[in-house]
Design a protein around this ligand. Structure first.
Ligand code: T4K
Length: 369
């Protein structure tokens, strides 16, 4: 049993003094939110890091997704093809916009949307495709975008897990009509809570600005009905500090990732998701898939790890359409691959600071079962 609980992840923290020094100017300026100086600086630095021309910061990834979907003005009840194998936020963002999610199955090799099953789901009511770069995996995005182009559909990527991923040498936020990142405390890069939309459509940013700031365009001018989804200055400064350390953080993850892969590859009954050779990874999560040859099975391993104080997670089980809030509403989705992956997947603890010792103990438990 480990002395301390080991959770699936642990927020990276910049050195205490660095953050304290960085927030000190706020005590002079008293300017804490509403697109302040640090908000603007973070947007600028993130455009560089993510290799995107423009970016709109948001209070969190979910609101970014909800508002970007809203910004396209789809008619109520229109259909959006999406993936069942995701965090519930993706589906909620569609449904809370009064749109109908249509679940497309995923690819066994990487958990991303199965591009060969999209066309059969398209109807005259389909308006968009919302795929997810699940765990930072990049699927067949060329084919998805080709289908969208042929049927005049928008492609909005949920890139919550894909911070910093590059595809064919370009920042992943350059693909589709828009991409949404999450900067939640549990992510590779975080602003405590936060998120952003990236798009190459300049007009979209005007609509997003109105949606995230009450539609206010002047002291006496409100041009549209907007929400409040602005990132505050404390969060923006956390982001700026975390960006200073992102390279070493990702390097720490890479080392742990290689060790996990090396030792787990020796164990019968453990599979991994395939890497896309054209994508540069961000080492966001470490998912494994348990097969019958692994005697304890997924749930047995989950339990055995907990007995040793290690809290792995079953992201994403049950799949979104099987959750209580959707089960009755939309009937049973025909997504056997997603259901099978959800039954087999386990996310192992994985964060730069975890260190070799804890990792070895986790690996020992997995090997013993
Ligand atoms: N789309 C996708 C595909 C997503 O995965 C997400 C979020 C979103 C959209 C929405 O983005 P945000 O609105 O969240 O920006 C966690 C995260 O809260 C969530 O951001 C993330 N996906 C999801 C996959 O994981 P939970 O319910 O598992 O969080 P929780 O509280 O159980 O935390 C997990 C572990 O993280 C803890 O065991 C310890 C560690 N942790 C947690 C917190 C809150 C920390 O180290 N520090 C912390 O402050 O959802």
């Amino acid at each position: 049993m480990l002395d301390e609980k080991v959770l699936v992840t642990r927020s990276s923290m910049p050195p205490y003094e660095e953050y304290i020094e960085a927030i000190r100017p706020l005590w002079d300026s008293h300017w804490l939110t509403n697109m302040g100086k640090y908000h603007r600086e973070l947007e600028k630095q993130l455009c560089d890091y993510l290799d995107v021309p423009e970016l709109s910061l948001m209070v969190n990834g979910h609101m970014a997704l909800e508002l970007v979907i809203q910004s396209f003005g789809f008619p109520e009840g229109a259909e959006v093809i999406t993936t069942p194998f995701t965090f519930i936020s993706t589906t909620h963002a569609i449904v809370r916009n009064r749109l109908q999610p249509v679940f497309c199955d995923v690819r066994a090799e990487d958990g991303t949307m199965d591009e060969t099953k999209i066309e059969e789901l398209i109807t005259e009511r389909t308006v968009a495709i919302v795929p997810v770069h699940v765990y930072g995996n990049i699927g067949n995005i060329e084919k998805i975008e080709e289908i969208a182009y042929n049927y005049d559909l928008k492609v909005i990527y949920d890139a919550a897990h894909a911070f910093g991923v590059k595809y064919k040498g370009k920042g992943i936020g350059n693909y589709g009509d828009a991409s949404v990142f999450s900067f939640h405390a549990t992510k590779v890069f975080h602003t405590i809570e936060g998120g952003a939309v990236a798009s190459s459509d300049h007009e979209l940013y005007q609509r997003l600005y109105n949606l995230k700031n009450f539609g206010i365009r002047g002291e006496e001018l409100v041009v549209s009905v907007g929400a409040n989804a602005k990132m505050n200055e404390f969060s923006a400064i956390m982001g700026l500090c975390n960006l200073n350390h992102i390279a070493e953080d990702i390097e720490g993850r890479r080392k742990l990732w290689s060790k996990y892969r090396e030792r787990l590859s020796e164990i019968p009954g453990i599979d991994f998701f395939a890497d896309n050779p054209d994508a540069e990874k961000n080492y966001a999560y470490f998912p494994i898939l348990l097969r019958e040859e692994y005697p304890a099975g997924r749930d047995g391993l989950y339990q055995a790890l907990q007995e040793e104080g290690v809290y792995a997670r079953k992201y994403f089980y049950p799949i979104a359409p099987d959750q209580k809030c959707y089960r009755k509403k939309y009937g049973r989705a025909e997504v056997p691959v997603a259901r099978e992956l959800a039954d087999r997947v386990l996310i192992l603890p994985f964060y730069a600071e975890m260190g070799q010792e804890i990792q070895d103990r986790i690996l020992d438990v997995i090997e013993r079962r």
